[in-house]
Design a protein around this ligand. Structure first.
Ligand code: CDP
Length: 224
């Protein structure tokens, strides 16, 4: 983690379709941060593992396949995207019904999480080197495992009906409740509200209001 007083790390956690990505991207724009979607990391890795014939119900086959996977980064706008063997799969590829149905199964496998841990932490140094004011990283275990030392930690949530309606609007086939259940109950890095994180119910608010709720105190407190 970079040792400069002005560079800030914001951890944004929460379940499926609570609004993490839109909120994080909006905050990245407003606060001049690098944005990282770790859900996309797990989706990208799942896409590559499925293409290589790996099966989440046979976890003993995974380490061998993981050895053939090389991780690097491509910057798109303000977002740092994971490339596997130099390729960033398209959004359509990593949000397909097949990836939706498998991502939480692969994400529960300790070797899969281990493969991404050091890489995800190293993105703070990349953001600093590239001159960003800080890093905003979204996911399930950012404030609890990846950056428990983050400067700001948020946990977004919303009722299930709101979340299902949001996904339907995006035209996606996705069982968000089933994924949340798997993410909460796994042994390694389960989805939790990190201790001391600010909890925000996004259901009653517009995206702009949620961004304002988070950005205003940070800006007014001279935190960035
Ligand atoms: O977009 P949505 O919130 O539905 O999901 P996502 O953020 O794209 O994450 C997809 C899946 O990746 C989650 O359901 C988790 O199983 C896994 N994930 C994880 O285990 N840890 C993270 N830090 C981020 C995602």
């Amino acid at each position: 983690m970079p040792l400069t007083s002005s560079f800030k790390i914001i951890a944004m956690d929460g379940g499926a379709a609570v609004g993490k990505s839109s909120t994080s991207k909006g905050l990245a724009e407003q606060l001049k941060l690098m944005h990282v979607d770790t859900g996309a990391h797990y989706r990208t890795l799942t896409y590559a593992l499925l293409a290589a014939g790996a099966d989440a119900v046979l976890p003993e086959s995974i380490p061998k396949v993981l050895k053939t996977v090389d991780l690097s980064t491509q910057i798109q706008g303000r977002s740092a995207c994971l490339a596997i063997n130099n390729l960033v799969p398209s959004d359509t590829e990593i949000r397909s019904p097949e990836v939706n149905a498998n991502v939480s199964k692969f994400a529960a496998i300790p070797e899969v999480r281990q493969k991404l841990f050091a890489y995800q932490r190293s993105l703070a140094d990349l953001a600093l080197q590239q001159g960003y004011a800080g890093l905003i990283m979204e996911g399930r275990d950012i404030g609890s495992v990846i950056f428990p030392d983050a400067d700001h930690r948020f946990f977004l949530y919303a009722d299930e009906a709101t979340r299902t309606a949001r996904r339907a609007k995006e035209g996606q086939t996705d069982s968000i409740a089933a994924r949340d259940q798997m993410d909460k109950s796994r042994k390694t890095a389960p989805l939790v509200c990190p201790e001391g994180a600010t909890k925000i119910d996004t259901a009653p608010y517009t995206l702009e209001e949620v961004i304002e709720k988070i950005a205003d105190p940070i800006i007014k407190g001279g935190q960035i």
